[in-house]
Design a protein around this ligand. Structure first.
Ligand SMILES: Nc1ncnc2c1ncn2[C@@H]1O[C@H](COP(=O)(O)OP(=O)(O)OP(=O)(O)O)[C@@H](O)[C@H]1O
Ligand SMILES: [Mg+2]
Length: 312
């Protein structure tokens, strides 16, 4: 159950009790290379269930997972998804609170103000929320807006406050990790290079998501059409046409997952008659839709394909 916006503490954009049916979906939606989701889920579950025992180890868990990668590669969706998946895995031991932090809530233009706000969030708000249920997962999306790398933040262009806020985040994570062994932070970022080294080195798991390869793109296309077929069953044949999915995947080299997932909707929206009746969508419209992206394909395709030798 989500709490209404007016009741949310400063810096928090959502509080949810998990597991909850309407949080099903995101975890299954994102297609990752084998083993990635297992590691992600395992790390969070280990922390939630055994954080207290493991705190006595010489290299204790920090309860911090970082999901990094280019835009549209599923980071935010995975962060929310792992919260529900982990909540289900630990449900026999109690419920989980998902706290979604709003990293843009603390503009750092007022000296000291942002640091104080971050400290309050870490020292007061999160521990209070963590007291509600046995397990807590705190998702900080686009964490770089908090944890800007101190060594590159210039004092001319970045106020001292940015450094102080970063320090406050680091100190906060340490304090929360020590005091709340059944709490895990899951953070996402587009800019690994902007992240503070001390922040990254605290991560129990660092997952770098990449642009989807050809096989993954074909699966994303298949899934997106299958979702439409739930509403327009005439599309089931298209959803099962693996040759077509492969063809579309071949033609979208260098695209991120979000763009690939939108191909079918784009093809429907591209034609008013199909928009009125989406069951008119066919292979020709899907391929035709890509024709409009010739230039984009050429400019982005050279980047990813040549660099990792995939899809050639
Ligand atoms: N690997 C993938 N498998 C399936 N769908 C994907 C994948 N990557 C992206 N998508 C699709 O793109 C949508 C957007 O992904 P999401 O917002 O989680 O990406 P993001 O990495 O957080 O992007 P940003 O950095 O721009 O915030 C997802 O809901 C999904 O439909
Ligand atoms: Mg995101």
């Amino acid at each position: 159950m989500a709490v209404s916006a007016t009741a949310l503490p400063a810096g928090v954009r959502g509080i949810h009790a998990l597991p909850s049916d309407h949080h099903d979906g995101p975890w299954d939606a994102i297609i990752t290379p084998p083993g990635v989701k297992e590691r992600l889920l395992g790390t969070v579950v280990l922390r939630l269930l055994h954080g207290r025992r493991l705190a006595t180890l010489s290299g204790p868990l920090h309860g911090l997972v970082v999901l990094a990668g280019p835009p549209g590669t599923g980071k935010t969706t995975l962060a929310r998804g792992v919260a529900q998946a982990a909540a289900m895995a630990v449900a026999a031991h109690g419920a989980t609170t998902l706290v979604e932090v709003d990293p843009h809530a603390f503009p750092s233009d007022m000296l000291g103000e942002s640091q104080r706000n971050v400290s309050r969030l870490m020292n007061d708000t999160i521990p209070e929320l963590a007291a509600r249920r046995p397990h807590t997962i705190v998702v900080i999306d686009e964490v770089e807006s908090f944890a800007v790398r101190r060594s590159t933040a210039s004092f001319e262009t970045n106020p001292v406050d940015v450094h102080r806020a970063t320090d406050a985040v680091l100190a906060g994570i340490d304090a929360v990790a020590a005091a709340q062994p059944r709490l895990a932070f899951v953070v996402t970022t587009n800019f690994v290079d902007a992240l503070d080294e001390a922040f990254v080195s605290r991560a129990d798991l660092f997952v770098e998501l990449t642009l989807p390869d050809m096989v993954t793109r074909a699966q994303i296309v298949a899934r997106s059409i299958a979702e439409l077929a739930l509403h327009w069953p005439e599309l089931i044949a298209l959803a099962q046409d693996m040759e077509l999915h492969d063809l579309l995947a071949k033609r979208t080299e260098g695209w991120d997952g979000r763009r690939v997932a939108k191909i079918a909707l784009g093809a429907i929206a591209g034609d008013p008659a199909t928009a009125v009746n989406p069951s008119l969508l066919d292979a020709g419209r899907l391929e035709g839709h890509l024709d409009g992206f010739g230039e984009v394909l050429r400019s982005t395709g050279s980047r990813s394909g040549a660099a990792n030798g995939e899809d050639e």
